[in-house]
Design a protein around this ligand. Sequence first.
Ligand SMILES: [Zn+2]
Length: 294
Amino acid sequence: MRTFKKTILASVLIAMTTSIWAENLKLNFRSQSKGGADAKVKTERITWKPEKTAIIVCDMWDDHWCKSASRRVGEMAPALNAMLNAARAKGIFIIHAPSSVVDFYKNTPQRKLAQKAPFAKAPIKLSTSPRWGTAWCWTDGRREGVLPIDDSDMGCSCKGEKCEIREAWKRQNKLIDMVKGDALTDNGQETYNLLAERQIDNVILCGVHLNMCVLGRPFAIRQMVKLGKNVALMRDMTDTMYNPERPPGVDHFTGTDLVIEHVEKFWCPSFTSTDITGKESFRFKEDKRKKSRK
Ligand SMILES: [Zn+2]
């Protein structure tokens, strides 16, 4: 009995120490009012508890049917991995979400962690509408109108000959480490279970591609906002599928910025990885614009 009491006391002490000493995250959130061209940008510093926060890594695959998209993911992956290491050290829970290739990770501790999380009933019905092998949350016309870029050609940004659309991915990018305590799933219910089990209210989305999967997947922005989570987009750790030859006819990176602004207006605030790493935010080498909105 005494041992039992000591164990309880020890756990209480550990819990107290962790909650007192785990440094709160200080995130500089940017959002926009819903006006047109004169939309006002608002920034505010928000404090989140790391133990109540998860980062979901969306579709950072090993390869992509578009050579340019694949090259950009390869360039972003080491920076994203460094950010995840910093986030883990702060006590943030990491969920890897490489859609449609989770079977590659069958029997890994990360996959098992997601599968064994006890069922938790979501406050709303999770989306079951199918697209690309998962449930999908489509563009919500009443809430967000249409996206500011035309991706109806699927957004190959290569100059000259366009890439052929095919299922090019087999696993998550090898440059992203999976560590003990991380989870892996592409399923909305499993994601919800993992968050409920840890009483996590704050969800950060990063990965690709913002105009498609980072908004639409069942673990991504639209679904998480509709579930009532506090959601934020890490805006320097994302990319879009956008072909500059399509409307509105801006360069690829300006196209990405337009989608970030759309998200800030209609879905959730954004911030940069600097708030997690203390280092400069990520920027693609091919982004030759003088002024960055990052
Ligand atoms: Zn391409």
